[in-house]
Design a protein around this ligand. Sequence first.
Ligand SMILES: [Fe+2]
Length: 586
Amino acid sequence: MEILGLNAFHGDASAALLSDGQLVAAVEEERFNRIKHWAGFPALAAKACIRGIDPASLAHVAISRDPRAHLWRKLARVAVRPGDWPRLASRARNTIQVANLASALSSSGVTRADQVRIHHVEHHRAHLASAFFASPFEEAAVVSIDGFGDFSSLMWGVGKNNRFDVHGTVRFPHSLGLFYTAFTQFLGFPKYGDEYKMMGLSAYGEPRFASQVRDVVHTTGGQVRLNLDYFIHHTEGVEMTWNDCEPSLGRVYSARLPEVFGAPRVPRSELEQRHADLAASVQAVLEEQYFEILNFVQRKTRLKKLCLAGGVALNCVANGMIFDKTPFQDVYIQAASHDAGTSIGAALYVAHQVLKQPRSFVMRHVYYGPEYTESEIRKELDDAGVQYHPLAGEELVDRTARQIADGQIVGWFQGRMEFGPRALGNRSILADPRRHDMKDILNKRIKFREPFRPFCPSVLAEATGEFFETDYPSPFMVQAYRIKPQQRERIPAVTHRDGTGRLQTVEKDVNPLYWNLIRRFGDLTGVPILINTSFNENEPIVNTPREALDCFLRTNMDVLVIGPFFLSKSENLQHSHSRASFVAEA
Ligand SMILES: [Fe+2]
């Protein structure tokens, strides 16, 4: 029996398919339509997930929104604030879309609504399910923290076997995620999902504004409380706007924020030290609140295992300190803790919490997207007329590792595409972490990112303790651990300003090809670590061979390894769109 999970009409729309309790496919719509964080109905993703299955076996569709959740609170809010009515019209449209999921399923050709049972799963319950039911734990504390979803911003409880019970919730207008978003906007990063930029910047500052920032948010007894003087989302709305279905959030902070912290930074203007100091202060206060919540949950549950999801759970700096700051001894963080992961969570919720199925699945990797056969890849390369070399197994690994060790930048396209925000070794750009200049080279030649953002390491799982102060598995790049001081000079390109690295620990049985490549690089250099950044250039991560080839030819990448085929830029200069700059640099 199959269950299709959807995150629809919401940022990072996605689909996931459970088959007899096992996750068999998951993909974001943005990977197909190439619009970052796309927020409509994920028709292409859903069709990709159900391709090849018997239509009769698709019995359930679960969406991670419940328009009825906290309905009375929402209505009460409208009753006391009639001024909100016009704005509520646009929100109502979105709600109607969610409620009319049946027609969206039928009109998009995904399935006939009269053939499936449709389930609306409250947003945070979907987050919680995405963490607990994907974890290896039989019993654990479960926590979801984000901006908002279905009128809540935090939910916690206890998971045991095939169900979890909710013990606490934080409701609108209070939100730890919104606190972080407000300062992200204030610091000139206005786009949906830009919070990670402020997190990266925070390592360059001192938290000298922390006491003022503490006036903005306070957490006690598991309840987050915003000082609403600093916000307008509760008076003027926290409306998401959709520009061709690319979401953006309107300003959420009030005039009080610049009164206290000075002029907001204009986007793309120069970054000053005070901006980094404010980012450091906000990050420090977020960590205080985060650990206050986690310690409260631990005291209440007395459990030693923790499952985490929600957008705030992508704060890898805070996640890296969980073992130092709380009594939790094991943690499972959903790889797609942002809202894309709620498609997986909604499906898992229906399987276990609604249909009472026993658990038999652990999400150990994220390779649930589309893959392409060797002949499909070869055809793309032939159609493009590029030169390539088929290489077998060890030869492919050896040559690629040698190229990276020689300072080359390699596009690495293998197997099934990753689900979630991180490329984890199947759609990755790889480079040598030993070189001091590699971060600048990557930025100058391919990624064009803000210089304060770190590049991240993939490390052989068994070598984690040699380089990092914590060796607990971090398979999804959602934890930043301190790099041992004596090792930082060996891997400068992945050592962030604060001495941490946001690492991916790679286990042999999870991704044998990628593990082999890192091991071979380690044999050659003594450092079993690669820089791993997503295979893209200001776009969603590449999905198809054609997109990978275009990105390779468009940017100043040196090598493309796509399936068993090896391409070098120097042999394909006539096809390169960026030949002049490549030649100049070469
Ligand atoms: Fe969320």
